[in-house]
Design a protein around this ligand. Structure first.
Ligand SMILES: [Zn+2]
Ligand SMILES: [Zn+2]
Length: 279
């Protein structure tokens, strides 16, 4: 395994049809190769308690975890030209630690995410545009406050989250009629302090551009604060269809450089993490 050349395309966040994506591992791998990918990290949504996903629409259900692993290994073995890494996007929720460790056994990368605040007992995720109940009930300012509290508890958890995915996910609803009315900067400062103090990486996600947010996750002001605090970043597309594998990652590198980053962190197939210069 050689060091990555500066600016290599490393997509740290992708989904298949085992969770809420569309493509197979094989289709994703082929699309990633076509996009010039060096390292592709597969991060389907990890198995969830029934209350969070009653119909099993979002997660890799427990009964399919073994088949999921085999399908990933088959795609990896068919694509020696691509470095593939097995991971999961794991939701943080109170008391999740034992579940996450059990269900993610064998994963090399865990993304830490907060999509679900546990307020309404119907599985509503804060980024689900088909179910806005939590946004209507709490309002955007309270969603934001509770999100940041949960996000900081996720950072503080003993789980080995390799990076914290889409750090300002509530921005998903900014252009859906639920923009925060409070000044977000104190909440941003809270997030930056939590990530710095717990030694977490955070993700620079290109998904916001495909979701109508009009910015990366995190927004530029928050990314600048992470940078000033010395919080390292990973970059991910959060692709749910093969055509989006590695989408926008080269542009995200340029954006990160502009904000002040000179390197991004990349997981490697041997389980290590590498700091890759952007140029
Ligand atoms: Zn997510
Ligand atoms: Zn995702």
């Amino acid at each position: 395994m050689r060091p990555l050349t500066p600016g290599s395309i490393v997509d740290c966040h992708t989904h298949t049809n085992f969770s809420d994506g569309v493509g197979t591992f094989e289709e994703n791998a082929r699309a990633a190769v076509a996009a010039g990918c060096a390292v592709l990290v597969s991060t389907d949504h990890l198995t969830l308690p029934a209350v969070m996903d009653p119909a099993g629409e979002v997660q890799v259900v427990g009964a399919e975890l073994a088949a999921h692993r085999v399908a990933w290994e088959n795609a990896r073995d068919a694509h020696p030209e691509l470095e593939m890494i097995y991971g999961f996007e794991a939701d943080w929720y109170p008391g999740c630690e034992e579940n996450v460790l059990r269900w993610s056994a064998g994963a090399q990368v865990l993304l830490g995410s907060v999509h679900w605040l546990g307020v309404i007992d119907d599985g509503a995720w804060i980024d689900d545009t088909s179910d806005l109940a939590i946004w209507r009930e709490l309002g955007p300012d309270e969603v934001w406050r509770r999100y940041v509290d949960a996000w900081c508890r996720a950072c503080e958890s003993p789980l080995p989250f390799g990076t914290m995915a889409h750090p300002d996910l509530p921005e998903r609803m900014r252009n859906e009629g639920f923009a925060a009315t409070i000044d977000l900067e104190p909440l941003w400062d809270q997030m930056v302090a939590c990530a710095r103090d717990t030694g977490r990486r955070v993700e620079l996600s290109t998904a916001g551009w495909r979701k109508g947010v009009g910015d990366y996750y995190p927004a530029r002001g928050l990314l600048e604060r992470f940078c000033r605090a010395g919080v390292p970043i990973t970059v991910g597309s959060d692709a749910h269809v093969p055509a989006d594998m590695c989408d926008g990652i080269a542009a995200a590198y340029a954006h990160a450089w502009d904000v002040g980053y000179r390197s991004v962190e990349a997981p490697r197939a041997d389980g290590s993490w590498e700091s890759m210069p952007l140029q």
